[in-house]
Design a protein around this ligand. Structure first.
Ligand SMILES: [Ca+2]
Ligand SMILES: [Ca+2]
Length: 369
């Protein structure tokens, strides 16, 4: 007689079905810093998973006492960002590299509490589903909640800067193989002047021996207020590029740079005067803050900035837009699609140099922004 179990494992030794079957068992998962993405890029979210050994195995009664947490109030109250909180809620997520069935999340609740202070979510970036929330009313103790979901990603969200978790421990098991790593491909080594970059302003010159003579990849600090309307507020604000309200001629600047073979990446920052009044402060930080009283997570809060960026790209990008969409100050050349940036240096430079630009920046490169 033969018998078999549910695997099936077949036995010819007995007519009594017996045997050990292997089933998925939730275990403490190994969490490494490379799995973690700090969505707000403030303080050290890695402190949520930096004491996995010390944390022990809280599900099986041997939880330790972690000491480091994601201390967001350091960001909120330290100079020069006092009371700044546009980056809340703060989130970080783990990428396990493949789907796991997550059964439970343990978290070490420490000082501070708030309504819905801590949320654990499953899903994927930009498409999260809350598994549970906790008000973090405990102090220096392990708490846990069921998740019971299949997910590659696990997100931790903090509603304010005062309610802190010092460590998380995740339990689950894999339900799929991780994807095969990509096959390495050969690359061509760039020359040093294109491999490294530097910061610069529009008034750094191309004169031999000057600062720009060193490297040809430029992060160009580009303040909004340099080309902003000095009087009218959004949505009635106008823009000036040539000349800008600061006096600089950015049409000529970008043309000179592309003709000289430079890769320029504008770093937009700062705020015009009328927006400074909204904010109550002149904030030169990047990313841009939202006006006082508006939510950092509401896309509509960025409408005025998006409006300005549209005007910038309409002028210097490769696609011309209708004149009726241009918000230009009186006396500005009404042009669009000047194609002023090279986004790939491969094979473009010789073409760019020596070309006769029929209009500013219109050069025959192969790839553009
Ligand atoms: Ca920790
Ligand atoms: Ca607490």
């Amino acid at each position: 007689m033969k018998t078999s179990d549910e695997q099936p494992n077949e036995s010819a030794l007995s007519n009594v079905a017996s045997g050990t079957t292997s089933g998925a068992v939730a275990q403490k998962m190994t969490l490494t810093p490379s799995m973690l993405v700090n969505e707000i890029a403030h303080e050290n979210a890695g402190t949520l998973i930096d004491e996995q050994t010390l944390a022990g195995d809280p599900m099986n009664g041997t939880g330790g006492a972690p000491t480091t947490g994601w201390y967001l109030f350091g960001k909120k109250y330290a100079a020069p960002h006092e009371t700044e909180s546009w980056w809340l809620p703060a989130s970080a997520f783990l990428d396990f590299g493949a789907k796991y069935h997550i059964t439970k999340v343990y978290f070490y609740d420490t000082n501070g509490s708030a309504t819905n202070a801590f949320t654990v979510s499953t899903g994927e970036p930009f498409n999260w589903t809350a598994a549970f929330t906790d008000n973090l009313v405990g102090n220096n103790l392990w708490k846990n909640n069921n998740v019971n979901a299949d997910t590659r990603y696990l997100r931790f969200t903090f509603a304010n800067a005062g309610a802190i978790v010092k460590e998380v421990v995740v339990y689950g098991y894999p339900i799929e193989e991780p994807p095969a790593p990509p096959t390495p491909v050969g690359t061509t080594r760039p020359v040093m002047e294109e491999f490294m970059g530097m910061n610069a302003f529009f008034d750094d010159t191309l004169d031999p021996g000057d600062s720009l003579d060193v490297l040809k990849v430029i992060r160009e600090y580009h303040n909004w207020d340099w080309e902003a309307d000095l009087a009218n507020t959004y949505p009635n604000d106008l823009n000036s590029f040539n000349p800008s309200s600061s006096g600089a001629d950015f049409d000529t600047y970008y043309t000179d740079m592309i003709n000289a073979g430079y890769f320029v990446s504008p770093a937009h920052k700062a705020t015009p005067g009328w927006m400074t009044n909204w904010l109550g402060t002149n904030d030169y930080n990047t990313p841009w803050v939202v006006p006082t009283g508006q939510s950092a997570t509401n896309p509509a809060s960025y409408a005025s900035r998006a409006d300005h960026l549209f005007q910038f790209v309409a002028r210097y990008g490769s696609t011309a837009v209708a004149d009726g969409k241009l918000k230009l100050d009186a006396g500005q050349p009404r042009v669009s699609g000047l194609d002023a940036f090279i986004t790939s240096r491969t094979g473009t430079r010789k073409t760019a140099i020596g070309a006769t630009a029929k209009r500013i920046g219109r050069l025959t490169n192969t790839r553009r922004c």
